[in-house]
Design a protein around this ligand. Structure first.
Ligand SMILES: [Zn+2]
Ligand SMILES: [Zn+2]
Length: 240
């Protein structure tokens, strides 16, 4: 085989490798999502098992979150992605035996049950005191999340903050987005072109009425810095 033929072959091989890597990216992201969802399901199932055993006979109770400091339990579950962040949108009603996601005890008819929707769409119930703990731990979790992101993506985070300050980057109104391909236009963060065969996040409903999308890393920093911005604007913990 001549040298030039080898060169063509190498080029072909690297092109096909690039295509495979490109194809693998959404699969990896999708797998990570599915894994997080499975972990949440598993945690919910374990709670149900523990709850059922306590109902049958309190002596059989599995030693779990209900037996330890609820702050520690919630912190650990948030870090693992086994529990959604506490929502601001909560509907209160009288308890009817729902299981509290924080303390894992039943909510009696004499108590207030606070219902909210988790990130996977499941309805979650809590006692009022448990809701306060959940919200406090969610706020603390977000602070840690912001610190971690700035630690890893310091330069991009600073770029986004400057963009917010000079009006070249809009603050994300929420964190609802779609991950996929097919968009064609500039990234809302770095302004580099996003081509239809690239994986990108598209903001649901756009921003200020215009379609908005960003590369995966750009989107994550955009979301984190938008969260940090909202937190700095209010004295109350912000979650969305
Ligand atoms: Zn509770
Ligand atoms: Zn970008």
């Amino acid at each position: 085989m001549s040298l030039s033929a080898t060169g063509v072959e190498v080029e072909r091989t690297s092109a096909s490798m690039r295509a495979s890597i490109d194809l693998a990216t959404p699969l990896i992201l999708e797998s990570a999502r599915t894994l997080a969802q499975t972990r949440r399901c598993l945690a919910a199932t374990r709670r149900c098992i523990a709850l059922s055993r306590r109902l049958l006979n309190p002596a059989w109770g599995i030693s779990g979150a209900a037996d330890i400091d609820p702050h520690i339990s919630i912190r650990e579950r948030l870090e693992r992605g086994a529990l959604s962040l506490a929502s601001k949108a909560v509907a209160a009603r009288w308890g009817s035996g729902q299981s509290c996601v924080v303390c894992e005890r039943l909510i009696a008819p004499s108590e207030i049950a606070n219902g909210s929707v988790g990130t996977d769409g499941a309805r979650l119930w809590t006692h009022l005191t448990c809701l306060r703990i959940w919200r406090a731990e969610t706020a603390a979790f977000e602070v840690r999340q912001i610190a971690r992101e700035r630690n890893v993506q310091g330069e991009l985070c600073a770029f986004v903050r400057r963009g917010f300050a000079n009006g070249t980057i809009e603050i994300l109104p929420h964190n609802r987005s779609r991950l996929g391909r097919g968009v064609n236009g500039p990234c809302s963060v770095c302004r580099r072109h996003v081509s239809p065969n690239e994986t990108a996040y598209e903001v649901v409903g756009g921003v200020l009425g215009r379609p908005a999308y960003a590369h995966p890393i750009c989107y994550r920093v955009w979301w984190i810095e938008s969260l940090a911005n909202r937190k700095s604007q209010t004295s109350h913990p912000t979650t969305w």
